[in-house]
Write a protein that binds this ligand. Sequence first.
Ligand SMILES: [Zn+2]
Length: 322
Amino acid sequence: MENIYAPRFQNEDAAREHLEALHWPDGPVCPHCESGNTKRLPPQRGRKTKAHPEGALRKGVVQCNRCRKQFTVTVGTVFESSKVPLHKWLLATHLIVSSKKGISAHQLHRMIGVTYKTAWFMAHRIREAMKPSDNGPVGGPGSDVEADETYYGKRPGEENNRLGMLRRNRIVSLVDRATGRATSIVFNGTFNANTLGAYLFTRVDRRSRLLTDEHQAYKRPGRDFAAHVHVAHARDEWVSEHDRTAHTNTVEGFFGIFKRGMRGIYQHCGQQHLARYLAEFDFRYSNRVGLGINDAERADIALKGISGKRLTYRRTNGLATA
Ligand SMILES: [Zn+2]
């Protein structure tokens, strides 16, 4: 793991400069009119308040020469509306993306020095940012895409299934072997050839070879792909004798990481948050060291995601502002 004492995790100016370099590689761009014709202003005094009788000092202000509006790199993002300093957001993001199995809100709260409630909120915002902005299909001509389903949560009546706890969810995951990336959904509702087909046809390029287990629901949609290999798990034919690539071991490996992480760290995951945890595991798996992405690069991808969602940020996802 990279040094958590790096300046951007300790110091507000360094944190802001890091975000600026990430978002504005060619200099500031106006978020209002997208002009690159801008001018950096000296630190500005904000409105006078009780806490800041002189007005709080606002650094990193840029003025657009075209529309004349002023902005900073965090304008319109969750960072701007949060009372938590930017360097703590960067540290939280770094910790979440670089711990293999995830990190609990309790641990985050102790490590970055914010309240538990704030740490919980921050972690969910960061997870939200890990959802891919590109939901286009995976695979393509000559590609192998593994699809598999698993269950997570408890059946009604099972031990410890208190009200509001996680119910039994069906999760469907895809792994594109060529890119090594995973993408998952919580598949609530009917699971049959129609509903599964609708999902597969949106998320997987039909020119791919589809690899699945023997579940009936894959059979009809499977015909629309370049090829469909169904592996017979029940008979222990995990890897076919004739074709060593005919297996779903990759996606099963992903489920293993997901379940170990959830059991170890996020055992109290609420039903409404499962999709976000799943996005976190998809993200780390899809940006793992084995694919040549180090901790710092992975954190930067997540940070871009947080600010990239500035225009689509909605309060309706059950999260208040911390
Ligand atoms: Zn402008």
